[in-house]
Design a protein around this ligand. Structure first.
Ligand code: URA
Length: 186
């Protein structure tokens, strides 16, 4: 079975998921977008309003900014695999609750198992805390490589944080250049 087929089966399971309360308020399950065979995987926090309505991750303002940074390193969102810790939108975009993360994280690990990306990039603090370490400090530790199950993993600022604080843009560019260097070396 191809990765695309395996992911499509997993997506169907997610679409029927009622493991936490978010199924009651979702419009769509937001599973992923991009290349099922990608070397590079991005993991964000949770769908926002535009994502909930369209069923695709990172289609709003933060997504446009992510596309821009991918463009800086010569990539397109279609070349990477993009998903979130939570597959359903928390009401009013509040932070995910620990119980929601616990209910959903198994789907993310299955996505990782199927795709076997060479590099995982957490978009923001929430994904970094869940995937890298509980006490992850985004201001100090963004742009640094860690390893989980022999896969290189890094966190960068969440693109939405750059919209609030443009001073972070320079660091974001440096971090994307670090990602590009790693991909070139593979
Ligand atoms: N923010 C996220 O973390 N994920 C999305 O899909 C959109 C915005």
């Amino acid at each position: 079975m191809s990765n695309a087929e395996k992911l499509s089966e997993l997506k169907k399971i997610c679409e029927n998921c009622r493991n936490c309360q978010l199924y009651k308020t979702r419009t769509n399950v937001v599973f992923s977008k991009g290349d099922p065979d990608a070397k590079l995987m991005f993991v964000g926090e949770a769908p926002g309003e535009k994502e909930d309505l369209s069923g695709e991750p990172f289609v709003g303002a933060a997504g446009k900014l992510l596309d821009k940074y991918l463009g800086y390193i010569g990539l397109d969102a279609k070349d990477a695999y993009v998903c979130n810790i939570l597959k359903c939108r928390p009401p009013k975009n509040r932070d995910p609750l620990p119980q929601e993360e616990e209910s959903c994280i198994g789907y993310l690990w299955k996505q990782v198992e199927i795709i076997k990306p060479r590099v995982i990039v957490c978009l923001g603090r929430i994904a970094a805390k869940k995937l890298i370490k509980e006490d992850f400090a985004i201001t100090k530790e963004h742009g640094k490589w860690f390893e989980i199950n022999s896969t290189k993993i890094m966190a960068v600022y969440h693109p939405a944080a750059l919209l609030r604080d443009p001073h972070k843009k320079e660091d974001m560019l440096v971090d994307f250049e670090t990602i590009a260097k790693e991909l070139e070396s593979l």
